[in-house]
Ligand binder design. Structure first.
Ligand code: TRP
Length: 351
């Protein structure tokens, strides 16, 4: 059997992951998690807990990074990532990724890294000024290595990660061109896959400077987490931003760019109810409270099965860590193999 037929028998690989800067929320769900759960049968999936990347902004808060790694592991297991089918791995225990980061950093110019729009946005949004660590600029190259270590063909991510996948494609092409014979390229050129909603808005309304609705994010304190209990969901929805010009239920309301309706459109399975209620809202025939109550019901129903599964692992963290350990071991086999092939292609295999 030649390598072509062996390859044809394997499922194509997915690699994606999350930086350990907090628990996962509804924005992660529509941006990427939903796709991951659905694609587990068609692809050989690798889900990476990116604890090293969290150090770019939290080198002084190791306990937080550790807690978040465990939280994300529980999030993965509770949304239905099935360890029988998919591999969950811990970034810091995959040494080949660090080696590949160094090698790939030679294939990107410094201005190219600085041109990455996500890097620019992060420097602005996180108020990093000019004092971000050197490693902050290295993390997108690290992300290239995360993806290429698994020779992934598909990368399910939210909109903000697209520039990193674009950089990965460039590095893969450059590596293949520099070091591989035509027809015998080592790296597939990976595709990004975005979720059904490009980005989800948060609960807090528009940005004061731009007037645009802010995206859901832990750091903006405007998120509903996949682990929130019903009471927390209720409080968050009851105090969320809606149409600021609507003071009474009989006032005409605006549906467009209103988080209340964006959430209903995204999460309510009863879209007939949503269409009808939106119509009434526009005409001042339905109150905010009624629409919010309905939304609470919808979200609690969505989150409850996730919370149930989570509680099983919460009571047995050891079991969850065993899954992570086994996944990391499996992942190392693939990443080590990639590193060996990289060295061979670069004529740096001496012994
Ligand atoms: N940067 C991603 C985030 O913050 C996490 C991540 C790390 C990732 N490595 C990756 C995503 C590789 C996709 C592929 O969410």
């Amino acid at each position: 059997m030649n390598t072509q037929t062996i390859h044809a028998k394997q499922k194509p690989r997915i690699l994606t992951g999350d930086t350990t800067t907090g628990r996962l929320h509804l924005g992660h769900w529509v941006g990427s998690l939903e796709n991951r759960v659905q694609l587990q049968d068609q692809y050989d999936c690798y889900f990476l807990i990116a604890n090293l990347h969290a150090l770019t902004t939290r080198a002084d808060r190791p306990a937080e990074v550790r807690q978040s790694a465990i939280d994300i592991l529980l999030d993965y297991l509770s949304i239905g990532i099935d360890p029988q089918k998919s591999t969950i791995l811990l970034q810091s225990e995959i040494p080949a990724i660090a080696d590949l980061t160094f090698i790939f950093s030679m294939l990107l110019s410094f201005p190219r890294v600085m041109r990455n729009p996500t890097i620019k946005d992060e420097i602005r949004d996180k108020n990093l000024g000019e004092n971000y660590p050197f490693g902050f600029l290295l993390y997108p190259v690290g992300q290239v290595a995360d993806i290429l270590a698994f020779r992934a063909e598909l990368v399910p991510v939210g909109e903000d990660q697209i520039p990193h996948v674009e950089m990965t494609r460039e590095v893969a092409r450059r590596f293949n061109q520099l070091y591989c014979e035509q027809g015998n390229e080592l790296f597939p050129i990976p595709e990004a896959k975005m979720g059904r909603a490009k980005r989800l808005v948060g609960l807090s309304g528009p940005d004061k400077n731009t007037g645009n609705l802010l995206k859901m994010s832990k750091s903006l304190n405007n998120a509903i987490f996949l682990s929130d209990d019903p009471d927390t969901v209720r409080k968050k929805i009851m105090s969320m931003y809606t149409d600021p010009n609507r003071l009474r239920p009989t006032d005409k309301g605006t549906v467009e760019n209103n988080p209340l309706w964006i959430f209903h459109e995204t999460f309510n399975p009863d879209q007939a109810w949503v269409a009808e209620a939106e119509d009434k809202y526009r005409n001042g025939q339905i109150g905010d409270v009624e629409c919010k109550r309905k939304l609470i019901e919808v979200l609690v129903e969505f989150i409850e099965p996730i919370r149930q599964r989570r509680s099983v692992y919460e009571n047995d963290i050891g079991q969850a860590l065993d899954i992570l350990k086994a996944g990391t071991e499996r992942a190392n086999v693939v990443a080590d193999d990639t590193l060996q092939q990289v060295k061979k292609a670069m004529q740096q295999d001496y012994f």
